[in-house]
Design a protein around this ligand. Structure first.
Ligand SMILES: Cc1cc2nc3c(=O)[nH]c(=O)nc-3n(C[C@H](O)[C@H](O)[C@H](O)COP(=O)(O)OP(=O)(O)OC[C@H]3O[C@@H](n4cnc5c(N)ncnc54)[C@H](O)[C@@H]3O)c2cc1C
Ligand code: FES
Ligand code: FES
Length: 1260
């Protein structure tokens, strides 16, 4: 699409895992959403593809979907927005009056890292056929015109032409066989089934491609030879119903299967449709909508069985198989009609990714029988995220009873995820035949299962104890379900057909925003919820990110070569093979750097290319430059490096030997007694986090060919950091011009590493004299650039009986990775936040950054704040109302532990309002009642206050710069040093300029951030960007107004354009670490948050029920943008504390290198009730127009979910007689929740001796 200059369709992952590339694919109605990254262009013969550019534009007319997502503030950085738009657009094309459930389903395959999803759903639900409250018949959706009315105007001539085209194609039939020949791949599209069989016989090793959701990924990972030939599948797509069940054509998509089964479940008696219901439950959570639309149904799933969530149910089914030999009745064929029928049982599945299908055979159809009267069937799955995630373990279970009894006639239990292939627990099943379905059977089943499903601790995929326990838990769930259904069958209890879980249907609540005062001029935009100024461009795909810029003539591509060893000497690098790849131009290493091969950061150096030694897997050791990105990638794979491994090798935070830095702060620590008689000692671990900005890192370096000048078009949060490019090239910074239009998310990750990448790309441009583009693949981005530091906090805390904390002594250890990067500043921030909102008379903290052989950890939204705050929260064991009473700062003039004075009044107001608005007290009672009446589900509720320091603790960063030009026509151009990455800094800057200059926002423009206009800017980080930039813009505008004043006074009747014909200093902050005192921050942002969750004690699943946030943002400059920051930050915290888990191999290689392994929050994770309130009447004399920085603080609120989960686990443990404190590390994943809910099942699975085996993944 980039060749067609259609850049609206974005690359976020390349593996179907994010939805940024969503397009609409049409062959004939219905249309379907699909992931462009998985669609080979040759597979699109005869199809129409509509991209975001095809539905509306700012030049002509916006499509209502584009308009509504923009106006609802559903686009922040905008990188996910075109994908969201296309998913919704496709839904509307098929279903003009969608329900909320339809919208939810349509968006399951789209991830957003900025917004928290609420505003996106808000924008889209205006298309619903029902009212927002779920009541039909009223004027819904806030008065927006119903989609059906809009749609009639929407039907374009183009659509009608397409329709006719498809009709003609259908009438003509598919035509003959098509063959596409590329350089490396030959692609056949067979004319019909017999042609397919002939091709299959002729090319038995060629993969058969249908949806390409599996083959596509395999091809990327395997050698090019693998995909030399591909054959597309024209087998049947219809569903054929018969009394005995339903037969699906093997090219039926998962979406079609789902729809067909849904209809059947509605039509049939529940008894007959048990197996369909079980399938549906699994399908609902399988992948995203786009994948389900493309992926063919069960047969291909059967082939790539090692991944499929469905296959444990397959044993119910059978498949019809055909081959050329069969259809041509060659002598050995025992089957009539050219096909044979095969039961899908364990005999069919031969091993990991293999079946007993012959290479020349194809699956024709799949038959699913109806359930019989005394037959009970269920399917279970548990994944890391509730939806759009591969299951960790799944199971299919069926029991048949002797008619009229509860005696087991036959039992079948199959597990997926418990070995390389489908596992049938034959011994267990046979051992239970003839038994009655009662507690005795359960006992025996668990005993047999525990023996039969035991996994070795070294098993692929890790989490072995958890997986074994899950298999028992699933059986227990099945047991209870069957007991219930048996009761119903004999008429003692009636139960309604199972409903989808309520979280699937509930509506996200709108956030509550501040209003401006009535006396404010209607022309003054400050304080009003103005739409992000680029929202429409983002929604139409017109917004340009660095990789959307057209190729410069002669442009090359650079691809990094990274270390595969954690600590080793580089013996040799052989790139001769790489340079033989067609298109390869040159290889770069340290020797090619004309200036310094180093990035210097506060006297710490980091090599750009490793020279002699590597110190982590993923360290850049070289780079290949080629004519195209594919060629560069292929060539990079051919670079051969030999190493000599070195020791020692450290990965984990436990290793204390290699300390880089120690910082120390103490409160009134003189009272040693409190530290020497602590009541509680313990530790808490918090895992790291991947930024997962939707746009991966990269840039274009363009040499200007004169005086060493170079232009960089780059995604950076900190333009001056690119002075490293000057050092690398040996030229002054004034020759390097850095341009930043916008970033597709940053979150702190695009401050440091991008400087090294820029220096490497610039070196490539210098060496070749040509422009060079660098775009990291998602996997390489995750590997090379790393993320948030893992932390371990060890504490001793002394309490009084009423819960008053007398003393706390906390030592923080962070895993810094292989270089210092920003680790010391991050540790400082953790220490400066260790008191949160609590006055602790004796508080002592130490911070140690551990050097390990992992990629260097770096800044991430919150910058150590969340880690610092969380440890103290894990020690405040009191119910919320007591916390405030006994520990919170309360005096008007309070002092932090580093003796910075502040007034906690607004923090206390946030806290009180939060408890009141969340109805904390009565909900706490309801939680207790729920827990008393439910054994296997437990709830928890938690509220925390927040005091978060705003600004950089290094004073020189707390300054902004802006240049404001007024043109003769009266229009205004603002340039500033901040970078726009979705936080709305440009929108706020324009609002401020508009207020002071008195011109409408539409006359003010911000083109880009450019070091040629505004050099030496501070990073857009630390929640301080708008404060610094806002002040600078205000200052610049005021200076201009002062100059204009005499003219304005002399000619008061003139217009603005007739009248018409810079740098601000921020506050200084510093801490004296020797004395442990100083004003570390310019001011504090306050808030409070309360969350309630429910856990499933048997599987570890959890459901976020409700979150209430009260946030003090001072007098908001733009409440819509600030609420967006609060929600987005909270949801990122939700990921940090509950689902996002990085995994490393024992050799220090990152295993989680894409959205299929690493799960960020999706729509399904958002609490159905997410209420955000901005504190009213709050003042802040320290920042622009009394506003407050808001980007970072809300991340910490994710911990309310963590502590609520911990409370729910504690309730579960009490049922097992465990009343004491217990450790739970963050994130509270399904595995950790299940393992902490100790019960009879967890005790049946032996715990392997740590150190006695090599685990699949290690904690770092
Ligand atoms: C982002 C993402 C998320 C996913 N999430 C999940 C999940 O949560 N749970 C889950 O279970 N799966 C998941 N999957 C896997 C997905 O279900 C499979 O990739 C899909 O079923 C394969 O269908 P396809 O049409 O794309 O197959 P293709 O990639 O086209 O082919 C897959 C294989 O099937 C063979 N094949 C296809 N049709 C026939 C036939 N008629 N006869 C013989 N062989 C045939 C092909 O030769 C090939 O080997 C996910 C995939 C992606 C990309
Ligand atoms: S880029 Fe296609 S799904 Fe992520
Ligand atoms: S707005 Fe969704 S990823 Fe940035």
């Amino acid at each position: 699409m980039s060749a067609a200059r259609l850049t609206g369709t974005k690359y976020g992952c390349g593996s179907g895992g994010c939805g940024a590339c969503t397009v609409m694919l049409s062959r004939y109605d219905p249309h379907c959403s699909a992931n462009a990254c998985l669609l080979p262009v040759v597979s699109l013969h005869g199809a129409a593809v509509v991209t975001v550019e095809g539905i509306g534009s700012t030049k002509t007319k916006l499509h209502p979907v584009q308009e509504r997502i923009a106006k609802a503030h559903g686009s922040q950085c905008g990188f996910c927005t075109p994908g969201m738009v296309m998913s919704m657009y496709t839904l509307l094309r098929n279903q003009p009056q969608p329900s909320l459930e339809d919208i939810r389903e349509a968006l399951t395959g789209n991830l957003c890292r900025c917004t928290g999803y609420r505003p996106i759903v808000d924008g889209f639900k205006t298309f619903c056929g029902c009212c927002q409250n779920g009541e039909s018949g009223k004027n819904c959706c806030g008065g927006a015109p119903a989609w059906s009315q809009v749609r009639t105007q929407e039907k374009t001539v183009q659509t009608l032409v397409l329709h006719l085209h498809f009709q003609l194609m259908l009438q003509k039939g598919g035509g003959g066989r098509l063959c596409f020949q590329g350089n490396r791949v030959k692609w056949f599209s067979p004319a019909d089934l017999s042609d397919l069989l002939e091709l299959r016989a002729a090319h038995p090793n060629a993969p058969l491609v249908v949806g390409n959701t599996n083959v596509g990924e395999l091809c990327r990972r395997s050698s090019p030879g693998f995909c030399r030939e591909r054959v597309t599948d024209p087998t049947g797509t219809g569903a054929l119903w018969a009394i005995a069940g339903v037969t699906f054509g093997s090219a039926c998509s998962l979406s079609e299967v789902k729809e067909e089964l849904q209809g059947a479940v509605g039509r049939l008696d529940p008894e007959e449709s048990r197996v369909f219901q079980a399938l549906l439950n699994t399908l609902r959570c399988l992948a995203g909508k786009q994948i389900r639309n493309m992926a063919v149904s069960l047969p291909s799933g059967a082939v790539c069985l090692h991944r499929l969530s469905l296959h444990p149910l397959y044993w119910q089914f059978s498949v019809a198989v055909a081959s050329y030999k069969l259809t041509h009745k060659l002598p050995f064929s025992p089957f009539a009609g050219g096909t044979r029928e095969v039961p899908l049982n364990e005999k069919f599945f031969a091993g990991f990714g293999r079946t007993h299908l012959r290479a020349d055979e194809v699956l024709l159809s799949l038959h699913i029988p109806r359930s019989q009267p005394w037959e009970f069937v269920s399917a279970f799955r548990q994944a890391q995220r509730r939806e759009f995630a591969f299951s960790i373990v799944n199971a299919g279970m069926k029991v048949v009873f002797k008619e009229g009894t509860d005696t087991v006639q036959s039992l079948s239990i199959f597990y997926g995820g418990m070995g390389p292939t489908l596992l049938r627990v034959k011994r267990t099943c046979e051992g239970l035949v003839g038994m009655s379905w009662n507690e005795g059977l359960l006992e025996e089943a668990c005993r047999l299962l525990a023996e039969e499903v035991a996994l070795p601790p070294t098993a692929h995929g890790g989490k072995t104890e958890f997986r074994s326990i899950l298999s028992l838990s699933f059986f227990f769930k099945f047991y209870m379900q069957v007991v219930q259904e048996l009761r119903e069958k004999v008429g003692r209890h009636k139960r309604k057909r199972s409903e989808p879980e309520s979280y699937l249907l509930t509506i996200l609540h709108p956030s509550h925003i501040q209003m401006v005062s009535e006396i404010q001029s209607s022309k003054d935009p400050v304080g009003r919820p103005r739409v992000h100024i680029a929202a429409f461009q983002q929604a139409t795909g017109e917004a340009k990110y660095y990789d959307d810029l057209p190729a410069v003539s002669g442009e090359l591509f650079v691809f990094m070569v990274t270390s595969t060893r954690a600590h080793a000497k580089i013996i040799s690098m052989d790139f001769s093979e790489a340079l033989r790849v067609p298109g390869a131009v040159t290889f770069l290493s340290a020797r090619d750097v004309p200036g310094q091969n180093r990035r210097l950061w506060f006297n710490n150096t980091e090599e750009l290319f490793a020279e002699e030694e590597v110190c982590c897997v993923g360290q850049i050791i070289g780079a290949v430059v080629a004519e195209s990105r594919e060629q560069a990638k292929r060539a990079a794979e051919r670079v051969r490096v030999t190493y000599d491994d070195l020791s020692p090798v450290f990965f984990t935070i436990e290793v204390r030997a290699r300390i880089l830095l120690t910082v120390h702060t103490s409160g009134e620590a003189s009272d040693r007694e409190h530290f020497e008689t602590p009541l509680i000692c313990g530790e808490m671990y918090m895992g790291g986090q991947e930024h997962f900005y939707m746009e991966t890192q990269g840039l274009i370096a363009v040499p200007r060919g004169e005086d060493g000048e170079m232009d960089l078009y780059v995604a950076t949060q900190h333009t001056p950091d690119l002075e490293v490019v000057g050092h690398t090239l040996g030229v002054d910074s004034n020759k390097i011009t850095c341009h930043v239009k916008r970033l597709g998310g940053g979150f702190g990750g695009k401050v440091m590493k991008i400087a090294s990448l820029s220096a490497i790309a610039a070196t490539a441009a210098y060496k070749t004299g040509r422009a060079v583009r660098c775009v990291l693949d998602r996997g390489d981005d995750m590997l090379i650039t790393s993320g948030r530091h893992p932390f371990l906090g060890k504490y001793k805390v002394g309490f009084m009986n009423d819960g008053t904390i007398l003393a706390a002594d906390i030592t923080y250890y962070s895993n810094g990775g292989s270089t210092l990067d920003e680790s010391s500043f991050i540790m400082e921030k953790a220490l400066l936040h260790m008191d949160n909102g609590y006055k602790i008379p004796n508080l002592r903290g130490h911070g140690l950054v551990c050097k390990t052989h992992l990629p260097s950890y770096t800044a991430f939204r919150g910058f150590g704040g969340p880690q610092g705050l969380t440890i103290i929260e894990s020690n405040v064991d009191l119910p919320a109302h007591q916390v405030r009473a006994v520990n919170m700062y309360s005096e008007e003039e309070s002092y932090t532990h580093h003796r910075q004075p502040f007034c906690p009044r607004d923090m206390v107001r946030c806290w009180d309002e939060c408890l009141e608005k969340s109805d904390y007290s009565s909900r706490r009672l309801a939680v207790q009642h729920f827990n008393a009446t439910n054994r296997w589900r437990k709830r928890g509720i938690c509220a925390v206050p927040l005091k978060f320091g705003i600004g950089f603790s290094k004073g020189f960063y707390n300054q902004g710069a802006a240049l404001v030009n007024i043109y003769k026509d009266g229009s205004v151009l603002v340039s500033h040093g901040g970078t726009e990455m979705g936080q709305g800094i440009n929108t706020k800057a324009v609002q401020i300029a508009s207020r002071i200059l008195g011109v409408p926002m539409s006359s003010i423009h911000i083109k880009e951030t450019c070091t040629g206009n505004v050099p030496n800017a501070a990073p857009s980080a630390a929640s301080f960007g708008t404060d610094a930039v806002g002040m600078a813009v205000k200052d610049a505008c005021e200076k201009l107004m002062k100059r204009l004043e005499p003219v304005m006074k002399a000619y008061p009747k003139w217009t603005w354009s007739q009248w018409v014909i810079t740098e601000a200093q921020g506050p200084h902050t510093s801490v004296d670490w020797e004395k442990s005192e100083g004003a570390a921050y310019y001011y504090f942002t306050f808030g409070a948050c309360c969350s309630e969750v429910e856990i499933d004690c048997l599987t570890g699943d959890h459901k976020n029920i409700r979150t209430d946030i009260v946030m003090d943002v001072g007098k908001s400059l733009n409440p819509a943008l600030d609420v967006g920051q609060v929600e987005g930050g909270f949801v990122q915290g939700l990921g940090l504390y509950t689902i996002e888990e990085l995994q490393f191999s024992p050799d220090g290689a990152l295993r989680t290198r894409g959205p299929n392994q690493y799960k960020i929050p999706a729509l399904c994770d958002i609490p159905p009730q997410l209420n955000v309130h901005l504190l009213a009447d709050s003042q802040n004399p320290n920042a622009i127009y009394s506003s407050k920085g808001i980007g970072e603080p809300p991340v910490f609120f994710g911990c309310t979910l963590f502590f609520a989960i911990k409370e729910a686990i504690a309730a579960a443990r009490r049922e097992s007689g465990l009343n004491g404190r217990f450790a739970l590390s963050s994130p509270a994943t399904v595995e950790k929740i299940r393992m902490a809910c100790v019960d009879r099942f967890t005790e049946m699975v032996p715990c392997p001796e740590p150190g006695s085996f090599t685990p699949w993944a290690i904690n770092v």
